[in-house]
Design a protein. Structure first.
Length: 217
């Protein structure tokens, strides 16, 4: 009789060990995916903040280009940097726009980015209009047209509810979204960790119970 009881305890212990090993593997996989997702989210936050700097730099460089035209100066470095900033801003905008679309498809309740980009924030339209105007700098023939475009860029950037305000809201929303996703991931990891502690506790209890019964027997 004691043999069968001991055998049952051994089987139960083995099952708990297997369950613990599976839990550890599952925990490691979730933790790895969580770290990868965290790195990706921080990347989106960083490039979202970079958009503001690039937009401000574009307006500043357009002012330099206009000034050079007025003074009949040849400054190709400013035009080259302006083109580089426009390309960078356009690339970042496309990356973030695709990311926002992925959050909408994934039904992420923690995100308000869709409202900023495609709703009342209208960041998609503001950014595309800003980039289109910035590109016109390279094709304008007269100084008056270049000056007008520069003023439009400045107005689009700094007016009430303009591009700069929308970009600041987008960066904040990216940060809140990242924090919520990270908290959710940490919550699931804590549950797995508590389950592992519970299994270890059950194993200790079973071993102590078995030793107690054996000594009493």
């Amino acid at each position: 009789m004691h043999f069968f009881k001991g055998k049952k305890i051994i089987i139960l212990e083995s099952l708990l060990c297997i369950l613990l090993c599976v839990g550890i593997i599952f925990y490691a996989q979730i933790n790895k995916r969580g770290l990868q997702k965290q790195d990706a989210l921080f990347y989106y936050v960083n490039i979202s903040g970079k958009q503001r700097l690039l937009a401000q730099r574009i307006v500043f460089l357009s002012q330099i280009v206009v000034t050079n035209r007025i003074l009949n100066r040849n400054n190709p470095e400013s035009l080259t940097e302006l083109r580089s900033c426009i390309n960078q801003l356009n690339s970042i905008h496309m990356i973030l726009q695709n990311f926002v679309i992925s959050t909408i498809i994934g039904n992420k309740k923690a995100s308000t980015l869709d409202e900023i980009y495609f709703g009342d924030g209208n960041l998609k339209f503001k950014m595309e209009e800003f980039l289109n105007n910035a590109n016109k700098i390279f094709f304008l023939q007269t100084t008056q047209e270049a000056f007008r475009i520069n003023q439009e860029l400045l107005q689009q950037l700094e007016e009430d509810n303009g591009l700069l305000a929308s970009l600041e809201l987008a960066t904040l929303s990216q940060q809140f979204y990242a924090q919520n996703i990270i908290k959710e991931s940490q919550f699931y990891l804590q549950i797995l960790l508590y389950c592992a502690f519970l299994i270890c506790g059950l194993q200790v209890v079973l071993i102590l119970w078995f030793l107690t019964r054996k000594l009493n027997g």
